[in-house]
Ligand binder design. Sequence first.
Ligand code: MN
Length: 163
Amino acid sequence: MMHTLKFRRTFVTAILLVLTTLSGQAQDNSDQLYAIFPKGQKAPAANFTGTAWVSQLIQADSAFNIPVGNVTFEPGARTHWHSHPGGQALLAISGIGYYQEKGKPIRILRKGDAVKCPPDTPHWHGASPEVGFIQVAVTPNTPQGRVTWLEAVTDQEYGNLKK
Ligand code: MN
């Protein structure tokens, strides 16, 4: 009888510990993103605002000319405006992301969202101000290149989320 009671107490304590840990993770919004792929190296500051990390998952070659990369944006981080001659697919992995094509409202991206960005369409992507974001980017190489970088996304543009 005593043995069962002790077991129950241990069990309840274990459950409480798990719940406490999970709620702690939900509240910590920067480094507790649920990553699948390696974080990689810091993204070049010339084309990003804030801190982002890039890891090349698939290297392109002459037979398969579509590089695939994982990008981790810390809260507030985003790309500069840019376009892709061959377009781009974005797959949201974790956190809360922003995506905006020129002249359109900012779109919020969450885990499981998939975006097709048409060729030669100026746009930017990044994290929300409070929560980081992880995405996989599939970006075909073309004779015109892979990406054409434009100007930085201003704080005013970044803050212009229609609620
Ligand atoms: Mn892009």
